[in-house]
Design a protein around this ligand. Structure first.
Ligand code: MLT
Length: 324
């Protein structure tokens, strides 16, 4: 009798868990953004989250958990209950560069997550305060090389996209500016517009409106072709700088162990958002790159994370970058 009772209880538990997954989501979902509000990761999270909420029938609530180049928030996300009610917006920094910079990183980007899907590609721009004393990339590079640590480079914390692409840039031009860390490149951009910090390498979705508005200078975009959102900004190659081509990406992750049915529902909502005309327009207007259908699968994101960790580790080690 006892064995039957235990079996029934187990069956009951399994049934209710299956029902819960089947009716998922039954309450709002938290999306951790590991940087301050207003930066590129936050903007992408809110754009795609807005449409995902409509598909899922529950609000996706963004929670900004900044610190340590995004690794604080992602660590919290990795350790959350794998029940589909905590997801996170990671990116090339948190899930690509971080392992090279944080020897004691509390998560493994390739093992501790259930990838949901890629949200947007984000070309990198070299941008400076409006009154930076250079009129083109060649003059900018010469000035930074000549003035060393008198020049301040903003970034969003060790291992962030702005930090890792900034380290890559300074290693290519062989310069050593002073690094100024922020809780996100939203706040960094405010100081760039306030002329209190000199330059940064940042994701296009953050800086495009300010470049278009003439509030900051963009010396080049670090992709092979120009962005339709900033057609007058030359590529680094056109502007005379070889060896600096880099683009970032932002993607949705859930904690490892999230049930496959829930992963599928979240991916379906993300894919729907990326095919929604209004959502696409909001991302494209900011210079974001919409992933192809093949790039929108969880398996494709897993492969991207593995290749990005492999790509960034030697670049950052060669640049002598270490966690502060
Ligand atoms: C970064 O990695 O630089 C971040 O994306 C900046 C941000 O989102 O605030």
């Amino acid at each position: 009798m006892r064995k039957i009772a235990l079996a029934l209880a187990a069956f009951g538990l399994a049934t209710s868990a299956a029902q819960a997954q089947g009716n998922y989501p039954q309450r709002p979902i938290t999306m951790i953004v590991p940087f301050a509000a207003g930066g590129p990761t936050d903007v992408i999270a809110r754009i795609v989250g807005d449409n995902m909420s409509r598909t899922l029938g529950q609000q996706i609530v963004v929670e900004n958990v900044a610190g340590a180049g995004g690794t604080t928030g992602i660590t919290r996300g990795a350790q959350a209950q794998p029940d589909g009610y905590t997801i996170m917006m990671g990116h090339m920094g948190t899930h690509g560069a971080a392992p090279a910079l944080y020897p004691n990183l509390k998560y493994d980007p390739s093992k501790d997550f259930a990838p949901i899907g890629l949200a947007a590609g984000t070309p990198i721009l070299i941008v400076a305060k409006k009154d930076f004393p250079a009129k083109d990339l060649k003059g900018f590079v010469e000035y930074v090389q000549k003035n060393g640590d008198k020049v301040n480079m903003a970034h969003a914390g060790v291992g962030s996209v702005s930090h890792s692409t900034g380290i890559f840039f300074t290693s290519v031009i062989k310069a050593k500016p002073t690094m100024v860390a922020y809780r996100g490149t939203g706040p960094a951009l405010n100081d760039l517009m306030g002329n209190t910090v000199d330059f940064m390498t940042d994701q296009i979705v953050n800086v495009a409106p300010q470049v278009q508005g003439g509030n900051i200078k963009a010396f080049a975009i670090a992709t092979a072709t120009r962005s339709p959102a900033l057609p007058d900004v030359p590529t680094t190659k056109e502007a005379g700088l070889d060896g600096y081509e880099v683009s970032a990406w932002n993607a949705v992750f859930a904690p490892k162990g999230t049930p496959p049915e829930i992963v599928a529902k979240l991916n379906e909502a993300l894919v729907k958002a990326l095919s929604d005309e209004n959502t696409k327009k909001r991302l494209l207007d900011l210079g974001g790159v919409i992933p192809s259908t093949a790039e929108q699968t969880p398996a494709s994101l897993q492969k991207l994370v593995e290749s990005e960790v492999a790509r960034w580790t030697p670049v950052l080690k060669a640049a002598g970058a270490t966690a502060e």
